[in-house]
Design a binder for this molecule. Structure first.
Ligand SMILES: *[C@@H]1O[C@H](CO)[C@@H](O)[C@H](O)[C@H]1NC(C)=O
Length: 451
């Protein structure tokens, strides 16, 4: 995937306006999305999606090396960069120790900040402690909603999509596209039922501005599947910021599920319809799927449901409330892509043309590391790369109980495509289904080895 050329410059401009510490953007880290300007309006079909080297790259490889023509190489820690152009060794040493100090400065969440605690997966370590892979996003509370609204509605016009009388819904959905992330933020949080005290990871500087992902040891927690993490704010701040922690043992089943066009009607293949279903309309479940997932919740004895989607985290509040409402019996963490929102329109373009294969494989690898002994049912659809992603996971040795692919009209549904995607995967390990077959999925005895 190409780097969106002026991305770094825009971020720097925004940061200097708000007085935030500025660093040279490092190349995209593992799993982080980079924006592509040139192809962003090209179709979402397989042809439009070249593999993204930056997304696939391992962090260790990325370190210290520029990856593309616009990547200046990994920067010194955020606060220190921009000092001397060619520093001497002594300068570098002094600079990096200052940088280290600044880097270690932890800042709380203030009344002028906002924080999202994402619903996160938790697992057991060898000592029986509960470990949560907690993700948060801290941002400036004030959002220039007017600016976001104007920018995005202007872009929607080019797609002949009219906001009409859905303005409130629209503003709610695009709000986070205008959020400016904050680095160095970390909060203590409490989890009733757990013995440990916990602190969220420090939010990152560029390029994952405002995001943190950290494994936190919660001590002994009992056996509850869903717990609540609540941020401890200053006494005068009466807001409640919380997220769910979904614990699951390293045994039994898990369900890895895509969202768009697998469990939610999104029209991924039609850009204008995709935008409408994402930004303007009430979300609609794929008919029959809530019942299928509710039945899996029982037959697989409370499996860990994990929703892995290529959408950016700016859509998290929307998707989270959709799953809480329409899939209440199969709630679980939602893993979305890191994407620094520099320009709301670029984020929208990203939604309508992103590459997700390498990203999803990476998330599946993370889940496998958390629960090495779990068996996974993987559910996706034929609009994008789910067959290829899940088949790749199988071939990498992930313990796949079964792969279910919804055959969506209008996608590349040829026998040749599926044969290529599932080459090396036994026929007994996957199923491609039409909508008419959805009700019968509940009768498949996945726990008993059927697929
Ligand atoms: C997102 O950003 C955080 C903070 O930089 C990083 O630790 C994490 O690995 C990133 N997540 C993904 C999925 O790339």
């Amino acid at each position: 995937m190409l780097l969106f050329k002026s991305c770094g410059l825009l971020v720097l401009a925004v940061l200097s306006v708000i007085g935030a510490p500025v660093g040279t953007p490092k190349p995209a880290a593992k799993g982080r999305a980079t924006l592509s300007r040139s192809k962003s309006l090209v179709g979402k079909g397989p042809a439009a999606k070249a593999p993204a080297p930056a997304t696939a790259a391992k962090k260790t490889v990325v370190k210290g090396k520029g990856k593309g023509p616009t990547s200046p190489g990994r920067a010194a820690p955020v606060a220190a960069a921009g000092a001397a152009a060619v520093p001497s060794t002594a300068q570098t040493k002094a600079g990096s120790s200052i940088a280290q100090k600044a880097h270690n400065l932890i800042d709380n969440i203030h009344a002028t900040d906002d924080l999202i605690i994402f619903d996160s997966p938790a697992y057991s370590d060898a000592n029986g402690n509960t470990i949560v892979a907690l993700q948060t996003f801290a941002s400036i509370r004030q959002i220039d909603l007017h600016k976001v609204t104007n920018a995005v509605t202007g872009f929607l016009k080019t797609l002949h999509v009219d906001v009409g009388n859905s303005l409130n819904t629209f503003q709610e959905r695009v709000k986070l596209l205008g959020a400016i992330g904050l680095p160095h933020k970390s909060v203590p949080f409490s989890v009733p039922g757990c013995s440990g005290t916990a602190q969220s990871g420090q939010t990152a500087g560029l390029p994952d501005l405002g995001i943190s992902l950290k494994t936190v040891n919660l001590g002994k927690c009992g056996a509850a599947h869903e717990m609540t993490a609540t941020a401890t704010l200053s006494a005068s701040d009466k807001r409640v910021m919380k997220g769910s922690i979904f614990f699951s043992p390293n045994s039994g089943f898990g369900v890895i599920s895509d969202i768009d066009d697998t469990i939610k009607v999104s029209h991924v293949l039609d850009k204008a319809k995709l935008i409408k279903s994402t930004l303007l309309e009430p979300p609609k479940a794929v008919p029959g799927m809530p019942e299928v997932y509710a039945s899996l919740a029982k037959s697989l004895k409370q499996p860990q449901f994990v929703y892995v989607s290529g959408s950016p985290y700016q859509l998290y509040p929307f998707l989270n409330s959709f799953i809480d409402t329409s899939y209440a019996a199969s709630k679980g963490p939602i893993l979305l892509k890191n994407l620094t929102a520099v320009d709301p329109v670029q984020t929208i373009k990203f939604i309508t043309g992103s590459n997700t294969q390498a990203y999803k494989v990476m998330q599946i690898d993370r889940l496998r590391a958390m629960y090495p002994a779990k068996k996974w049912l993987m559910v996706g659809d034929s609009t994008e790369k789910d067959p290829e992603v899940y088949a790749e996971a199988f071939k990498k040795g992930v313990n796949v109980a079964c792969i279910w692919i919804r055959n969506v009209d209008g996608s590349a549904n040829t026998p040749a495509r599926f044969a290529a995607a599932f080459a090396g995967v036994p026929k007994t390990k996957y199923r491609v289904y039409k909508d008419a077959e959805i009700p019968s999925l509940s009768k498949v005895n996945v726990a008993g080895g059927q697929c």
